[in-house]
Structure formats: C-alpha cells, structure tokens
Write a protein that binds this ligand. Structure first.
Ligand code: KG4
Ligand code: ZN
Length: 339
C-alpha cells in the first residue's frame, strides 16, 4: 500500500502524555513523551485523577513541541490520530479533546486509534510488516496473541484470563518492595541472580490463553512461608524464578501459535516487550524456528504517540475517519475495531 501522509498523533491513555509526527506510516519526524512516572511512583501505581491532571497540564506543550521538533506547521499535516481506547477514561478524554480542538482549528480529519493496534504498529516504524503476522502484546493492561492477516485486521487468538503480564510484574514488584513500575526492576534483579526459585507455569493446555494470578499468589505464599519461619527471601532469586516462569510460558505459546498459523513474521509489542529476558528468549526461539522475529527499540515498546501515528497512518490510507462525536472508550475491543 502506497502510504503518503503526515500525521500528528496523540496518546494519553495512561500515564504518558505523548505527541508525535509520523510521515508515510514509518518515519518518525518527532516524538515527544512526557512521563508521569515520578509522581505515580509516590502513590505506588497510577492514580487516575493524578494522571488526568498531568495530561491537562502537559498536553498543549507536548503537541507544540512535537510540531516544533518536526519544524512543521499545522497546515503541513494531513490528519490527527488519537488513542480512542482502551485506557483510563478521564486520561483518554484529554487527548481526544485536544485532538478534536486541533483538528477543528486547522480543518483536519481526526482518526481514533486502538491503543493495542498502536503497540503492534510500533513495529511498522522499524520494518515492513509481512502478513500473516503474529503479535505477542504484553503490556500493563493486556496480554494477547494477535493474528494479523493484513493491515488493520486483528484476530485475538489468546488472551489473559486474569492479570496482564505487566500487572503481574508490578504486583510482584510490590511484594519485593520495589518501586512502580516494577517490570524494569524485576528484570534487572532477575539478571543479578544465577538461580531462581521454582515457581509454577500456567499452561492452560490446548489454549493460547494465559493466566498469571496463580504465579503471583505463589510468589506471595513463598514470601509468607519464609517470613513465618523467620527467614529472609533473596529478592534476586524470587525475581528470576518469577521472570523465568512468565518468559517460558509466553515464549512457548507464541512459538506454538506461529507454527499453527504459519506466519511470516512474529513481533512483540507493549511495555513488557522491553524485558531483556523475554526479548532474548523470543529471539533464540524464533532463530531456531527460522521465522523472522522483531521487537521495537525500548522507547517504542512503552507508551508513546509514534506508534499511534503509525497505526493512524494506515487507517488514514484506508479511508477511515472519525468525527467530532468521538468519545473515550475504556473497553474498546480490538476485534471490533478491525477494518
Ligand atoms: O505498554 P505500557 O507502557 O503501558 C500499558 O499500555 O499498559 O506497559 C507498561 C507495563 C508496566 O506494567 C511495566 O512494569 C512493564 O510494562 N514493563 C516491563 C519492563 N518495562 C516496562 N515489564 C518487564 N520488564 C521490563 N523491562
Ligand atoms: Zn500501552
């Protein structure tokens, strides 16, 4: 598909206020992310009201900076893409209202983008997608295996039945008294230990679904048992044992699905795909399988607006347009969003 356009993209679904300019679906002209991690760390997680307040304070500055960094004027743009859902409704609405105001003021069309589609399309910023593609989406709110037969077509073949992978990382990090967000801390600790505690793996046979709440409980029970005996846990061993379990299940199921659906490419997406253990494990597994495997650079794995611009650009090319009645949709379904 010939893709000629310049898109301003906005992302405010959780705790990053982000704007980016993307040319022709694959070139990042500018990419601005204002993180709230510092203030969310004080509360041990994302507090929706705090997130919304930050977005309100930052959104105009972030959009202005994206234009300035790109050395572009609003009249150079073809459309505004914005995350429509899923996410925190108050947070989403700030991005959506900013996008509507900008689009209205400059006579541009507006395109609503699914946040997970955005994570997947982060990969389009680093290489051409060749279909069928299998995407492993692992973020703070989602754990899904998504089969894409073509651009804009998403089939969820497996998903978590309880906690998302990132959520499990963050909860286990709390148990180990590590700051929010816990994923990077557990990753680092896991690499510092040579041996891990043996924790269970939830295979859910014959299904591509996932479950991480049993693993989380196993970590909590392990800590309580040791405490009752007056012993201290070794955080590195717990982190390694937990990470080994998560990574083995994610890798094994992704390989099985890639074989069954005979995909041409496997991609990983979402915040947890920044995990070193997971990246190494998937790289090795797919090298063995002889299937090309891609994962975006770290700054495009966690929330950003460039990925929303990449997905929005393909939607624009396919003729998809939103309108001024667009609303934040916290439960937006990926399948129903397919074009
Ligand atoms: O995609 P993302 O930035 O936001 C959502 O859409 O949820 O993902 C955030 C999640 C958090 O749970 C965070 O702990 C996790 O990604 N994460 C990691 C790593 N970096 C971020 N998890 C494991 N290892 C990492 N290196
Ligand atoms: Zn995300």
């Amino acid at each position: 598909m010939e893709n000629q356009n310049i898109i301003l993209a906005i992302e405010t679904s959780c705790d990053e206020t982000a704007a980016s300019i993307i040319r022709n679906g694959s070139e990042i002209v500018s990419n601005v992310v204002s993180s709230q991690i510092e203030s969310q760390t004080r509360f041990g997680g994302v507090v929706p009201e705090v997130a919304s307040r930050h977005h309100v304070e930052k959104i105009s500055l972030v959009i202005e900076k994206a234009l300035k960094d790109a050395n572009l004027e609003p009249q150079d743009l073809d459309a505004v893409a914005v995350t429509e859902g899923p996410g925190l409704v108050g947070a989403l609405l700030i991005g959506i209202n900013a996008a509507k105001a900008f689009a209205f003021a400059h006579g541009l069309p507006i395109i609503g983008v699914h946040h997970i589609a955005g994570h997947i399309y982060a990969n389009a910023l680093v290489q051409n997608m060749e279909f069928p593609v299998l995407a492993l989406v692992v973020s703070g709110g989602h754990t899904e295996l998504v089969l894409m037969k073509e651009h804009g077509h998403f089939e969820v073949i497996g998903e978590t039945r309880d906690d998302a992978a990132g959520e499990a990382y963050d909860k286990v990090a709390r148990v180990l008294n590590l700051p929010y967000p816990g994923g990077p801390h557990i990753d680092r600790l896991a690499h510092s230990a040579s041996e891990g505690v043996e924790f269970p793996r939830a295979w859910l046979d014959n299904s591509y679904d996932f479950s991480f709440s049993g693993l989380k409980s196993a970590v909590i029970n392990y800590k309580h048992n040791l405490e009752q005996r007056g012993e201290d846990i070794v955080p590195g061993m717990v982190a390694k044992g937990f990470q080994d379990s998560v990574v083995e299940v994610l890798t094994t199921k992704t390989v099985r699905a890639a074989r069954e659906f005979q995909v041409k490419q496997v991609i990983a997406a979402g915040g947890v795909s920044a995990n070193k253990g997971l990246r190494n494990s998937l790289e090795q597994a797919f090298q063995k399988e002889g299937i090309p495997f891609y994962v975006p650079p770290l700054n495009l794995c966690t929330d950003n607006a460039a990925m929303i611009g990449a997905a929005g650009s393909y939607m624009y090319q396919a003729g998809i347009r939103g309108n001024m009645s667009m609303n934040g949709n916290p439960g937006l379904d990926l399948k129903s969003w397919s074009i």
